[in-house]
Design a protein. Structure first.
Length: 91
């Protein structure tokens, strides 16, 4: 579903796929992942554990703004970018 960055949070909270301006949410295996610019994971929801994970590393001013716009407003576990990649790849 096409939306704006400002309206992306409602999709994230419902774990629905969306495409916004340089932000996207989609299901990948056992996760729902929100990406910035198609490759930088901001958030990941693990369906089995019911936990939200948040990328703790800063990349740019624009990704920081996107993080604020699409934050699920739920408790998140902050992990590094490398740990997020490992988590999503099942390591």
């Amino acid at each position: 579903m096409r939306t704006t960055n400002q309206k992306s949070r409602s999709f994230v909270q419902k774990l629905q796929p969306f495409q916004a301006n340089n932000l996207a949410g989609k299901r990948e295996g056992g996760f729902y992942v929100v990406y910035s610019y198609g490759w930088y994971p901001l958030f990941a929801f693990h369906f089995e554990s019911g936990k939200w994970f948040q990328n703790a590393d800063r990349y740019s001013v624009s990704t920081s703004k996107q993080t604020t716009q699409c934050h699920p407003h739920a408790e998140t576990v902050s992990i590094s970018h490398a740990s997020m990649k490992d988590l999503l790849q099942g390591r």
